[in-house]
Design a protein around this ligand. Structure first.
Ligand code: FAD
Length: 485
């Protein structure tokens, strides 16, 4: 049977576009369906890239404030939020343009409109009144995710002008990260509900601009599932930067320029109510898979209880020749996880040998004035899983000269255990908080994923003086051979 395409991909985010780039390189005729005007999905347009553009500005401000330490007389007089947003938008459009050119150069067809899987090998695309159908041997679903709404607090999904008016009218709108990235006003007071990556990254950004930031969180720390040494370094740093925390709290209302919330005492369960001023609330409590289109159900694609697509290790769904990857498949909901899945799915479709995605070693990364990275198991998790002779080495980054020059701090945690197959000690977890820690995530992941013996990993050479030595020194310490510690 002749098909219009070998592969049709629904969604052009990291999962979709990376699959298209690889399948086209493998000689497969590929089309990508995208319902927005631009390619790149959440990551390029409303996620990774714009937030990191803003955090680049935050770093610049941070450095400017510390310039006096080096005898440099700089004062930051003002921040023009409208110009800052324009610079962010320019960064985004540059990256999106680059991607469009890559796709064009590989002769990938980009079809704009809402895609639906309507029958085996058949996809329809609706663009307003216009509806077209295409056939493909393989269909890849990469429809992504959206911000989860807090019950009783509806998002104001609106353009920047409408959001600005709601703020001016003291309506204290509830924003998702999409709207928060779209507004160009300098707020005075922001309340963030949530304690994960997105909450921490936005807190870093607004705090660097001098905005009064309060984080409302259910638990007593941000990144509560993380290694506790790392989450406490992140907490300490955020507090030192001046970010306010209300632990064990629950938002009750957002109106008339204020947010009211309850705080439950951990000691005796007593509940008090507090009210603080707020221009708006950023609700960052998680993300939900965009699998709520009727066609997912009608086509019979198997979803789990949370709406994530169930796949095998190679990305196959419950339907023949239908594949899924990226945020809709759960896991860490990160772009680099989607990239890795894209290689596996594309190569499986092409019928060439490939490796399965090792979800367990996907680095979780939080960016900020200091970054935080978590890969593999924490000590508690490893012990619960009956790993043998679990050891944890906690190394504060006090003696690294580059960290000291930056006036920064950090901690590295190495978790190791004895591999019963080889009877050697291997690294099963690396957790880091510190300046530019995100740059070390790839090296750390290779050590864990390849089950490199701790002794060999510790022999790796890192240039001196670099921040990367924090990882090298920590591995040496875990191997009982500390050098500069
Ligand atoms: P998406 O990027 O969401 O793309 C899905 C695409 O499919 C969208 O373009 C959508 O319009 C389209 N689509 C959906 N349904 C249809 C349909 N029926 N027809 C046609 N098109 C459709 N990850 C990182 O690794 N690093 C970071 O620093 C990072 N920062 C982030 C910051 C924020 C604020 C957010 C929200 C996320 C961040 N992420 C980060 C996560 C990252 O953005 C996602 O993991 C990644 O975008 C997932 O890729 P995806 O292809 O699965 O989905």
């Amino acid at each position: 049977m002749a098909f219009d395409y070998d592969v049709i991909i629904i969604g052009s985010g990291p999962g979709g576009y990376a699959t298209a780039l690889r399948t086209s390189d493998l000689g497969l005729k590929t089309a990508v369906i995208e319902m927005k005007d631009v390619v790149g999905g959440t990551c390029l347009n409303r996620g990774c890239i714009p937030t990191k553009a803003y955090l680049t500005a935050a770093h610049t401000l941070h450095d400017a404030h510390r310039a006096n330490n080096w005898g440099i007389d700089i004062s930051v007089n003002s921040v023009d939020m409208s110009a800052l947003k324009q610079a962010k938008d320019k960064t985004v459009s540059g990256v999106v343009k680059g991607l469009s050119q890559l796709m064009k150069a590989r002769k990938i067809d980009i079809i704009h409109g809402q895609g639906s899987l309507i029958a085996p090998h058949r996809v329809s695309v609706c663009d307003g009144e216009d509806s077209r159908e295409f056939s493909a041997n393989h269909v890849v679903l990469a429809t992504g995710s959206y911000a989860t709404e807090l019950e009783g607090f509806e998002f104001l999904h609106a353009d920047a002008q409408t959001v600005r008016e709601a703020i001016a009218d003291k309506k204290v709108p509830i924003l998702s990260s999409d709207e928060a990235l779209d507004i160009d006003i300098m707020p005075e007071n922001v309340v963030i509900v949530g304690s994960g990556t997105i909450a921490v990254e936005f807190a870093n950004f607004w705090n660097s601009l001098g905005v009064n930031v309060t984080i409302l969180l259910r638990k007593d720390t941000v990144l509560s599932r993380w290694d506790s040494h790392i989450s406490s370094v992140v907490m300490r740093t955020l507090k030192r930067q001046g970010i306010n925390f209300e632990f064990h709290s629950k938002i009750l209302s957002a109106e008339s320029g204020d947010v009211t919330f309850s705080v439950t005492s951990e000691k005796d369960g007593a509940v008090v109510q507090k009210t603080i001023p707020a221009d708006f609330v950023l609700c960052a409590i998680g993300r939900s898979p965009r699998t709520d289109f009727d066609w997912y159900k009608n086509a019979g694609i198997k979803l789990d209880a949370h709406g994530f697509v169930v796949t095998d290790d190679y990305g196959r769904t419950s339907l023949d020749n239908v594949w899924a990857l990226g945020d809709i498949t759960g896991g860490h909901l990160l772009a680099h996880e989607a990239f890795e899945q894209a290689l596996t799915v594309s190569e499986s479709i092409a019928g060439i040998p490939t490796r399965i995605v090792d979800t367990h070693t996907i680095p979780e990364v939080v960016f900020g004035i200091i970054d935080a990275v978590s890969i593999g198991y924490t000590k508690n998790q490893a012990e619960a899983l009956d790993y043998i002779e679990v050891e944890e080495t906690v190394v504060p980054q006090l003696s690294n000269p580059r960290v000291a020059m930056m006036g920064s701090n950090g901690t590295t945690v190495i978790v190791s255990a004895v591999d019963p197959h080889t009877n050697t000690r291997i690294v099963i977890g690396i957790h880091m908080a510190g300046p530019s820690a995100s740059e070390l995530a790839g090296a750390a992941r290779e050590i864990i994923q390849n089950r490199i013996p701790l002794h060999d990993a510790a022999n790796a050479l890192f240039a001196h003086p670099t921040i990367s030595e924090t990882l090298g020194e920590s591995l040496l310490k875990a191997d009982g051979r500390p050098l500069n510690l």
